[in-house]
Design a protein around this ligand. Structure first.
Ligand code: ADP
Ligand code: MG
Length: 729
């Protein structure tokens, strides 16, 4: 009988280093060579057209037909000079990955010949028959068509001889069917709101952009072993597996020497990334064996989101060149760290000033405090919205684990800033503000040490931490589209900044000086948003209890977290900032519920199949050899010795039987629960039932299987074990 695991191991253990063709020379020589970046645009576009495109990128104004035709002609020339034969609109449907449909540039012409064409209309809009993308009921099949529209704020690029045009994806009735549309809407809304607030400090501020620098964690596993684990291949995570005697206990993997095979993979995907202008900067080993991280230099949020999606795609592909599979699942292995995607977020003015960086002058410090406090207040207004966006079947398994922030949103700012906010809150007691006396920023503002950036305390347990000049949203899952975390954060901050302006303007209309008004509103916000600030250990049980007292929710699972989408005040929040309509929100809510249900359903099926078809037969086979052994002993031993010496074997036979029973019974019960859940029509109820009645069987069944893994002869065991999957050689 062939054993897939042993064959896979043989392959994995005899891997040789692979030479993969890669570009020579300096990175700067080929960085961005496959993108239609500003430098290339200047070369290929007429001056006038280039200026119009720039203007459109900056202001969001629509590009007219004439300009579109000109850009299309240049794009075609550039793309063909690079050997491109096809073009596609590249978008982010709500499936979580990216979508594309390639068309060739060539059109047949008279005389049996063909000609390359690419018109402005091809660039600006496409109509993919997109009826199979999730739409949450927005598009019925009879009005199935959606359309994609060019998003000039993200660079066009060439991948696999195909010109890829970043686009948004909307229904014919104009409703957003993707992540990009609401993301771009929040970027513009936040620009307007933040610019207004900046003008309290600098009248000449023209624009504020959102910056995002993501850190992507991932696992690598040898592809032979990956293929021998149907659970990994079908669900992205292991549903069984006894922990390895050694995994991350010794903390010897984090920042350790990167294995050579892995380094080759990293070099290769980075090279592919550089060609596409993705500014990957950092690479290192992560905490768990087999786990790694990469991070780029931050960029404007829209571009950063695209680059993250693109890089994940490149990594998956390049991994195969090196006989690896890359896992972006949030929790591929039980018992060791899972993978997150830290979203570092900040705001930057058109002058390049970071609004979350403490300044050198009293005035810029004051501005910093205003933005810092407004972000804290924004999160405090609706922490449940952030929860709703980061929740997924995979992230549920990671959050609350001992290495990841819990599913309770709180904000960490460090002891120095805490002290500073306390000082501001107490200003009144010193009689320096609101007592008829004017506020003087030079005298009254607590000093912020300039070295803040380098010595902010690093609370690794916080889901949302200030890290010197940006907020780091750590609760985001590794597989998530970054836009999912950025949309609600941008929205909450936008809404809060609008409110701030209103609150300040009321006071100034009533005669308070501007500085005094600003400070008095900030003081009020600091006091009001205290509950969201937490500086302690977020992993501790005390915090879970404390959070309840503060009215902060610990979201146990995705269906519970998703409810925020349809809360009246959240619908109102989206509407007043013109980001998504009620119909769009309900559609998103439905899609996410359905997605969750399907994920758990698939896992449950895979788990049942593997337990019944792989594990039980293996256990029985081993049990039979034990039975044979006992029979043999009985033949050769007298009854006194037999009684003494067959004891262990018989005990093991019984133990195996009890685990087989446990598996059989629970797989059957799980199936029953699944059937019941499948009969439910209401999607919220269905998802909740899956979470509450189906999911709990996973752990029960797994326990029996993992016990069997220790009992059964290693040579018979069909699935690669954790100790084989985790350590890359
Ligand atoms: P760490 O968090 O591990 O200390 P860094 O501070 O170097 O690492 O930065 C992590 C990520 O934060 C990087 O992607 C970096 O580009 C990003 N980052 C730094 N400054 C900003 C900013 N102003 N806005 C957004 N992201 C930023
Ligand atoms: Mg970081």
């Amino acid at each position: 009988m062939s054993n897939i695991r042993l064959k896979a191991l043989e392959i994995a253990l005899t891997r040789r280093k692979k030479e993969v063709l890669s570009p020579n020379g300096k990175i700067s020589d080929y960085f961005g060579s496959q993108t239609f970046n500003h430098y290339v645009m200047q070369q290929f576009l007429p001056q006038e057209v280039y200026r119009k495109v720039l203007n459109s990128i900056e202001t969001g104004i629509k590009i007219d037909r004439y300009v579109a035709d000109q850009v299309a002609a240049s794009l075609k020339a550039w793309a063909m000079s690079k050997g491109a034969t096809h073009f596609t609109h590249w978008f982010h449907p709500l499936t979580g990955s990216t979508a594309e449909k390639h068309d060739t540039f060539t059109d047949p012409v008279e005389g049996g010949l063909a000609l390359e064409t690419f018109k402005g209309s091809d660039l600006v809009q496409q109509e993919p028959d997109a009826s199979s993308f999730p739409s949450g009921g927005i598009r019925n099949t009879f009005e199935a068509r959606g359309y994609t529209a060019w998003d000039p704020t993200s660079a066009v690029f060439i991948l696999d001889n195909t010109l890829c045009i970043p686009t948004v994806f909307v229904s014919y009735t104009g409703e957003a069917l993707d992540y990009k549309t609401p993301l771009i809407r929040t970027m513009h809304a936040l620009d307007r709101a933040a610019t207004e607030v900046c003008r309290y400090f600098d009248k000449n501020t023209k624009k504020v952009i959102v910056t995002l620098g993501w850190e992507q964690e991932y696992f690598l596993v040898d592809s032979a072993l990956f293929r021998a684990r149907p659970d990994l291949a079908l669900t992205g995570r292991t549903l069984f597996g006894h922990s390895s005697a050694k995994d991350q206990q010794l903390s010897d993997h984090y920042f350790g020497t990167i294995p050579e095979r892995v380094l080759d993979f990293m070099r290769n995907f980075e090279q592919e990334a550089y060609k596409l202008g993705i500014p990957v900067k950092t690479r290192h080993n992560e905490v768990a064996p087999g786990q790694f991280e990469c991070a780029p230099v931050y960029e404007e949020v829209n571009q950063a989101v695209d680059h993250n999606q693109l890089l994940m795609h490149l990594m998956e592909r390049v991994a195969r060149w090196h006989d690896f599979n890359v896992l972006f699942h949030e929790k591929p292995y039980a018992g060791i760290n899972g993978s997150g995607k830290h979203n570092n977020w900040s705001l930057m003015t058109d002058k390049g000033e970071n609004l979350l960086s403490p300044g050198k002058t009293a005035k810029s410090n004051f501005r910093f405090i205003v933005f810092l406090v407004n972000v804290i207040k924004a999160v405090d207004n609706h922490p449940e919205l952030l929860n709703a966006y980061i929740a997924s079947a995979g992230n549920d398994l990671r959050l609350g684990g001992h290495e990841a922030p819990p599913a309770i949103i709180s904000v960490f700012i460090g002891s120095q800033l805490t002290q500073m906010l306390d000082d501001i809150e107490n200003l009144k007691k010193n009689g320096k503000i609101n007592n008829g006396k004017e506020f003087n920023i030079n005298l009254n503002l607590p000093k912020i040490p300039e070295i803040l950036l380098d010595n902010t305390d690093r609370n690794r347990t916080s889901p949302f931490a200030f890290t010197g000049n940006k907020f780091e949203f750590r609760a985001v899952g590794a597989s998530s589209n970054c836009a999912r975390a950025m949309i609600p954060l941008n929205l909450l901050v936008t809404d809060q900044l609008c409110q701030f302006k209103k609150d300040v303007d009321i006071l100034t209309t009533n005669g308070l000086s501007k500085d005094n008004a600003l400070m008095s509103v900030i003081k009020q916000y600091i006091a009001e948003s205290k509950r969201i600030r937490f500086e302690g250990n977020n992993y501790s049980d005390e915090w879970k209890q404390e959070a309840v007292k503060r009215g902060l929710k610990n979201m146990q699972n995705t269906p519970a977290a998703l409810e925020a989408f349809i809360k009246p005040d959240i619908i109102e929040l989206y509407a007043r900032n013109k980001i998504l309509s009620e119909r769009e929100l309900i559609a998103r809510y439905e899609i996410k519920l359905e997605h969750y249900t399907k994920k758990v359903q698939i896992e449950s099926r895979v788990l049942g199949d593997l337990a019944s078809n792989h594990i039980i037969p293996t256990a029985i086979r081993y049990q039979n050899t034990l039975i044979e052994n006992v029979k043999g002993l009985k033949e050769v031993l007298d009854s006194e010795n037999f009684g003494k010496l067959s004891h262990i074997q018989i005990q093991t036979i019984i133990e195996i039987s009890s685990h087989i029973n446990g598996i059989k019974t629970n797989v059957a019960l799980m199936l029953e629960e699944r059937k019941k859940a499948n009969r439910i029509n209401n999607s919220q109820e269905k998802a909740t039932t899956y979470a509450q009645n189906v999911l709990p069987f996973f752990g029960i069944i797994r326990q029996h299987v993992d016990k069997l893994e220790l009992l059964v002869d290693d040579e018979l065991w069909p699935l690669p074990k954790y100790r084989e999957l985790l350590f890359i050689r």
